[in-house]
Design a binder for this molecule. Sequence first.
Ligand SMILES: Cc1ncc(COP(=O)(O)O)c(C=O)c1O
Length: 414
Amino acid sequence: MTDLFDKIQKNPGPLGMHADESYGYFMFPKLEGEIGNRMKFRGKEKLVWSLNNYLGLANHPEVRKADAEAAALYGLAAPMGARMMSGNTDLHEKLEKELSAFGKKEDTILLNYGYQGMVSAIDALVDRHDVLIYDSESHACIIDGLRLHVGKRFVYPHNDIGNLGKQLERATRLVKDTSGSILVITEGVFGMSGDQGRLADIVALKKKFDFRLFVDDAHGFGTMGKTGAGVPEEQGVIDKVDIYFGTFAKSMALIGAFISSEKRVIKHLRYNSRSQIFAKSLPLPCVAGALKRLELLASQPDLKGSLWKVVHALQKGLKDAGFDIGRTSSPVTPVYLNGTIPEATNLITDLRENFDIFCSVVVYPVVPKGIIMLRLIPTAVHTMEDVAYTISTFDKIQGNLKEGKYKSDKIAVV
Ligand SMILES: Cc1ncc(COP(=O)(O)O)c(C=O)c1O
């Protein structure tokens, strides 16, 4: 027998194994000061490209005012209890109505956290007779939802519609015997690579197969589509996406999330989503704050316009400078470089300490061995100077990488 605590100490997990050397710098870094394009890291101002504050709403004066007023009016405690028991309010229902109208769906359920909400929604929607089919690059919250499913689940290679067709054929054969149903789950915008789920192509498969489509549009809500209603709007298939998930944690710069669909589906989720039934309701200041953000998002297209000006300048500038930004078709901007994990560590240190740029870095096993992915999240509050400085700096660090400068043990901090 092994003591549990001794065992976990010996097996800290793929991220935990780097805890001691990376805490506070590569993992759990602290960005301080007003949320924006420039924040303090270890006491020094950095140009920040790692916050999902797409529309710049985190520090919009009207948002800050609404947040402060709601906190003063309601406090952070209210409402007490889960929605179903004692935590329902007019404001929660108002937000659900407004989200439904904005997304052109019959009804909406608010979620305390998107992650838990997604896990429970998948759990609530399917039983052992049903088949889940999902994209191989799906977010962890989808994967955790799938883990609860006791029936069959089939994966298709990322955005491979031909293969999805094959999985649908397999699933269709299976559910004929069990009288089950098929649910296809994908993302609107894939948060790492920035490419869109091929929703229009998936929807086209409905002509041949019977299934329902569930889209996690965490990064697309507020950033994509003519009105900001997301990737289904962008691809002209709002009415064909059966279940739509959005979070407040990205373009809304808040916390909480929602799922919109037909009335009968939302009713089912209200009474069967365990993470919502058995957890405290979203605090009222978050609900009031979300209403204000939704109002701005819907009434001020300039916010999305400013975001996209920065996105276009950054992505075009990087491409023109010869960088590989992969297949993004959203604000998420990956920059792929070739190098080892130690080189990535030195490169990021150089970028942060000598050039004062703070962005996220992704290495193996999230990307293939030998690839360093720098991930930039442009926002409406970045400037053209930020873009120009970043591209010229990336040029320098790519040069250093090619010259083998980051192979050395320690990078000199100027
Ligand atoms: C694709 C995707 N789905 C779901 C979530 C979870 O949302 P939340 O932060 O509201 O829990 C995230 C957020 O990180 C995400 O990127």
